[in-house]
Design a protein around this ligand. Structure first.
Ligand SMILES: Cc1cc2nc3c(=O)[nH]c(=O)nc-3n(C[C@H](O)[C@H](O)[C@H](O)COP(=O)(O)OP(=O)(O)OC[C@H]3O[C@@H](n4cnc5c(N)ncnc54)[C@H](O)[C@@H]3O)c2cc1C
Length: 439
């Protein structure tokens, strides 16, 4: 008979759930975590590059919704030598500092500090008497009565069909940030994508005095706007019973005609975000699909603002003429005998590059793919590579009824729960799920 609760994934979502379970005095006997990295670090914060910074100011990195300034106070006390953190619009600490903070929150709680942690990846889960069997990538297996999937941001793949082998100059997963050391400072670099990861890449290259030409390729060619010093964004109540057009109109009316570089635009936008997950879940699936298809890219651009440090680096590289932005799609990469990469574009001529950095976003989750293919869980009706889930975060069975003992948390739920990608929204989700699991 399997025992206990197993959390698959060991990043921030897993840590936030455990912290909220412990805060409710939930007995931790039989709780186990499976994941390759230290608890709390994950793809987002488990990086080794000191140039990679949090993309929101410290006050917005929240694991405790009732004590939102907790990380900012911890950082002010514990991070004293990072002079580059402070900007006109707040302190933007290194990403790895947030992992240190979560680690210290865990260390302070003996029930969590001694929790069993299996340092492996789960390859598959299958129903067993009274719960689940879990197959691990080291060939072993374990079992649990309940599972929470906290698998987060799947590693990126190249944004074209024919995948290519990783090498020091073909960087498929740039998030950890260990790649710049192996790239020559005169190298001609192609960056694929123009979101926050691309800005991290530009920032670390500039900080390392990179001299070679950098070409950034992206379908819209737009860089993210910079964070402003917005304050006092009160949570707005969304209208009930609206369709996609009403949802969009409410957003447009709220932000008005103010330029989006303005702090007031961001304040109004942030006030929309508090209850957007609930409003999103009230929309019909077809309306959700239409909004994602037509406006998903615009939402992402407005939502994911860059920290001032990375934003300024991109502007400096542009002003110096070292960075070019090309509006196009990369369709493939080949490498000649001298190690020079040929980057094929959909519209323009091929580009030659000494190194290519893939900043095109998260890939597909192999474990989720497996359980959908095996029909262990039902597919979402419009986002077919993601599971169907209830608003209480239970995955659905093939017959459409909720699994009583299989849940998800974090970015892997964003197709049903809306904007649960940042630390604060994941923390609110973790608090709610902890309350239900503890019952
Ligand atoms: C590069 C990057 C930077 C970010 N920066 C910020 C920021 O500055 N501020 C902010 O608020 N948010 C940021 N985010 C958003 C981020 O998604 C969330 O804040 C949060 O970290 C997500 O945590 P997670 O644990 O769900 O996912 P992840 O951080 O992706 O961690 C998931 C973990 O689960 C493991 N895992 C996956 N599959 C399995 C499996 N089958 N078996 C076992 N383990 C598995 C992975 O190896 C990983 O360790 C960033 C995201 C990324 C990708």
């Amino acid at each position: 008979m399997p025992s206990g609760l197993c959390i698959i994934g060991s990043g921030y979502s897993a840590a936030a759930l455990l912290l909220h379970l412990e805060a409710r005095n939930t007995p931790m006997d039989g709780v186990v975590v499976i994941g390759p990295q230290a608890l709390g670090a994950g793809q987002a914060f488990g990086c080794v590059n000191d140039d990679f910074r949090l993309n929101v100011r410290a006050e917005l990195m929240q694991v405790w919704p009732d004590d939102p300034g907790h990380f900012a106070s911890w950082a002010a006390t514990n991070i004293t030598t990072d002079r580059d953190a402070n900007t006109d619009v707040g302190a933007f600490y290194r990403r790895r500092d947030f992992a240190s903070y979560i680690a210290s929150e865990i260390r302070e709680r003996p029930a969590l500090a001694s929790l069993p942690h299996i340092k492996a990846s789960a390859m598959n889960i299958s129903p067993a008497a009274g719960g689940w069997n879990i197959e691990l990538d080291d060939g072993s297996a374990t079992s649990a009565s309940r599972i929470v999937l906290a698998t987060g941001n799947p590693p990126p793949v190249w944004p074209f069909c024919k995948q290519i082998a990783d090498s020091p100059s073909l960087v498929r997963v740039p998030w950890r940030g260990d790649w710049p050391d192996t790239i020559d400072s005169d190298a001609c670099i192609v960056v694929i994508g123009s979101g926050l990861t691309a800005l991290d890449a530009l920032h670390t290259l500039r900080r390392r005095h990179h001299r070679g030409k950098i070409t950034l390729i992206a379908p819209d060619g737009l860089l993210p706007p910079v964070q402003t010093g917005w304050q006092n964004a009160d949570a707005l109540e969304w209208p009930q019973g609206v369709r996609a057009s009403g949802f969009l109109k409410f957003m447009r009316d709220t932000v008005g005609d103010i330029p989006w570089e303005d702090a007031e635009w961001q304040r109004r936008f942030e006030s929309l975000r508090y209850h957007i997950s609930a409003a999103w879940q009230r929309l019909a699936a077809g309306d959700q699909e239409r909004l994602i298809r037509r406006f998903g890219w615009l939402w992402s651009l407005a939502r994911f603002r860059a920290g001032p440090q990375a934003f300024n680096s991109a502007q400096m590289l542009l002003d110096a003429g070292q960075l070019d932005i090309v509006t196009d799609l990369v369709t493939g990469i080949t490498t000649d005998g001298d190690g020079v990469h040929k980057v094929r574009l959909a519209k323009d001529a091929d580009l030659s590059a000494d190194a290519v950095i893939n900043c095109s976003g998260a890939g597909r989750d192999p474990l989720v793919t497996r359980i959908l293919d095996d029909e262990t869980a039902a597919r979402h009706q419009s986002v077919r590579h993601r599971p169907a889930m209830t608003s209480k975060l239970a995955l659905l069975q093939a017959d459409g009824t909720p699994h009583p003992n299989l849940f998800g948390i974090g970015p892997m739920t964003s197709h049903v729960a809306g904007d649960v990608l940042g630390s604060a929204s994941i923390a609110r989700q973790a608090r709610g799920l902890a309350a239900r699991l503890a019952q």
